[in-house]
Design a protein around this ligand. Structure first.
Ligand SMILES: [Zn+2]
Ligand SMILES: [Zn+2]
Length: 382
């Protein structure tokens, strides 16, 4: 089969910059050294690029997971140009296609089905049919004046942010070369590869906690270097949620950044998936995995029956809890308060508490049943 033509601009850019970073950065470090200011610029610009891509290009523009003030969108437009990952329109258009046709080697621009190298950066180096420019899926973004402005002045912004800004910061400090090497070159190469890891590793290594409909995986280790984007199985299952790590202990600085913006009045309409839907998806995956495991036992039928009963009961407990929770919240809310008498409100509160307690017990039984498999398997004759 004929190979796609090489995109020389990208190929030169994305092979020469890492080459220079790997040679010039250590050479200058050994011969002149870097100080705290220069490392500070590096860290600041890493965060600026990273956050602009994850909170801006990704969660805001590609997925519309929340709304952001023009000031924040302007900040993301500059940071995205600094990250040199193309303009918002190209990035979001590719990314929406990635979600719509995930793992389809002909339509997903960075399909993991074509291997690690292709999904990581190979897709950028050649003009593949799957990566053809088509803005028909980003018409909504073309209405955003900041997106249009960034699209028009992309090249100027790239040069300003990648060369002029680090050079100016270096000039103010008295060492232009060192600041450009760390804040310009090294930062550029690292911030790009970090983003690309989400297209490669996050589709290969990790758990399929919520769905196995795509190759996307939850990988908490990857979240540490990708500003929280490592929870990629969750993200592909509930793509419009502004969070990727949904538990408070999940390392997701992008989520914290968005929430801080909302606190300051600079972001609004943060979308979250309902806990019942999330737990239901996770439960379905657990049930399927457990069914496969229990089916290997000699008395499988008995265990499969038990598994099915507990699964159905837990599902219905979840629904009941969600309904009661809804009624109790409505009764509590100040606007609807008058609709119920004091006695009715007490009843709603108690029904909600009972449903919550029953769900807690049901969950404990379910987890015990899942954990029990190894001990049953050990005593069960093959
Ligand atoms: Zn996405
Ligand atoms: Zn993905």
């Amino acid at each position: 089969m004929q190979k796609a033509p090489i995109n020389w601009t990208n190929t030169l850019l994305f092979t020469l910059t890492p080459l220079f970073a790997l040679t010039l950065v250590p050479y200058y470090g050994l011969s002149h050294g870097y100080d705290a200011y220069e490392w500070g610029v590096f860290i600041l610009l890493m965060g600026f690029c990273g956050m602009s891509i994850t909170a801006g290009y990704h969660r805001l523009w590609s997925h519309k997971a929340y709304k952001a003030h023009a000031l924040i969108r302007f900040f993301f437009a500059l940071g995205g140009a600094c990250a040199l990952q193309n303009d918002v329109l190209h990035w979001a258009s590719d990314h929406r296609r990635h979600h719509a046709h995930v793992d389809n080697n002909d339509k997903d621009p960075y399909s993991a089905g074509r291997g690690f190298w292709f999904s990581h950066m190979g897709w950028i180096l050649r003009d593949y049919e799957s990566g053809k420019e088509d803005f028909s899926n980003v018409k909504d973004l073309q209405r955003d004046p900041i997106v249009r402005w960034q699209h028009r002045h992309y090249l100027t912004l790239v040069l300003l942010m990648n060369i002029a800004l680090p050079a100016l910061l270096g000039y103010l400090h008295g060492d232009i070369i060192a600041t450009v090497l760390l804040g310009g070159l090294l930062r550029l190469v690292l911030s790009q590869h970090v983003t690309w890891l989400i297209n490669s590793i996050a589709h290969m290594w990790g758990r399929q906690t919520y769905s196995d409909a795509s190759s996307a995986r939850d990988n908490p280790l990857l979240a540490l270097v990708t500003y929280g984007e490592g929870y990629h199985n969750y993200h592909h299952t509930f793509q419009w949620d502004y969070r990727n790590g949904i538990k408070w202990w999940h390392y997701d600085p992008t989520k914290w950044f968005i929430r801080s913006c909302a606190f300051l009045g600079l972001a609004s309409e943060l979308k979250r998936c309902s806990p019942v839907v999330i737990e239901s998806a996770r439960l379905d995956m657990q049930y399927r995995h457990a069914t496969e495991k229990y089916a290997s036992l000699h008395n499988a039928e008995k265990w499969l029956q038990r598994l099915d009963t507990e699964y159905q009961q837990l599902k219905s407990s979840l629904q009941v809890w969600a309904q009661h929770q809804q009624s109790w919240y409505e009764a509590k809310s100040s606007e609807l308060h008058e609709k119920w008498s004091h006695w009715e409100r007490l009843q709603l509160r108690d029904s909600y508490r009972e449903a919550r307690y029953s769900l807690k017990l049901q969950r404990q039984r379910w987890h015990a049943l899942l954990a029990n498999f190894s001990s049953i398997a050990a005593t069960s004759p093959a």
